[in-house]
Design a protein around this ligand. Structure first.
Ligand code: ADP
Ligand code: MG
Length: 170
């Protein structure tokens, strides 16, 4: 089983997962190391990844936890981290040009990662981490991963409870 930790860039996936007890594969690094690159997106300054090859390779592991915005494309169960779009804007504007920032802010408002996960994965959870410290996110994720591995349902984090639509009007 592949368990994915997804979310719009800036929600804090990498920060939280590096603090987890569970070992987590960084999908971007892993895909580039393995050479699963299908092209280069000049506008976004990022590699296009062959997600079919990526999933096939991950399936050679008996079980794994992966993180990255590609998680919805390769996972069986996906945990989508959600974050207040204004916080995402603030975080991303420190490292990206405004077009890239606003593209990601809009993606968060429109539930883009959640929808990708919902369409592809067997099971999806979403967690609002806007008010949480990285170590709190990490321990919550460790707990959720454990419950998923035990085959338990986690009603508290079932999808559809988070709505950022009111941020669209601004
Ligand atoms: N829980 C948090 N609280 C405050 N700042 C955070 C938190 N998680 C991440 N950050 C900050 O937000 C930025 C983006 O985090 P990062 O982990 O790289 O996000 P992602 O991997 O989802 O793109 C970083 O500058 C990081 O220090
Ligand atoms: Mg990251």
């Amino acid at each position: 089983m592949i368990i994915g930790i997804a979310g719009t860039p800036g929600v804090g996936k990498t920060t939280a997962t590096t603090l987890m007890k569970t070992e987590v594969i960084d999908l971007n690094k892993f895909a580039i190391e393995k050479g699963f690159v299908a092209g280069y997106d000049k506008e976004r300054e990022s590699f296009e990844i062959d997600t079919e090859k990526l999933r096939k390779e991950l399936l050679t592991y008996e079980e794994c936890v992966v993180e990255g915005h590609l998680a919805p494309f390769v996972s069986d169960v996906c945990i989508v981290l959600r974050c207040n779009p204004e916080i995402i804007r603030q975080r991303l504007s420190q490292k990206y040009p405004s077009t890239k920032v606003e593209e990601n802010v809009l993606a968060e408002i429109l539930d883009a990662q959640l929808i990708e996960a919902y369409e592809r994965c067997e099971k999806v959870y979403e967690v609002d981490v806007s008010e949480m410290e990285p170590d709190e996110v990490a321990s919550l994720l460790d707990r959720i991963v454990k419950l998923i591995r035990e085959g338990k349902e986690i009603k508290k984090f079932s999808p559809g409870r988070i709505n950022w639509m009111h941020y669209l009007q601004e």
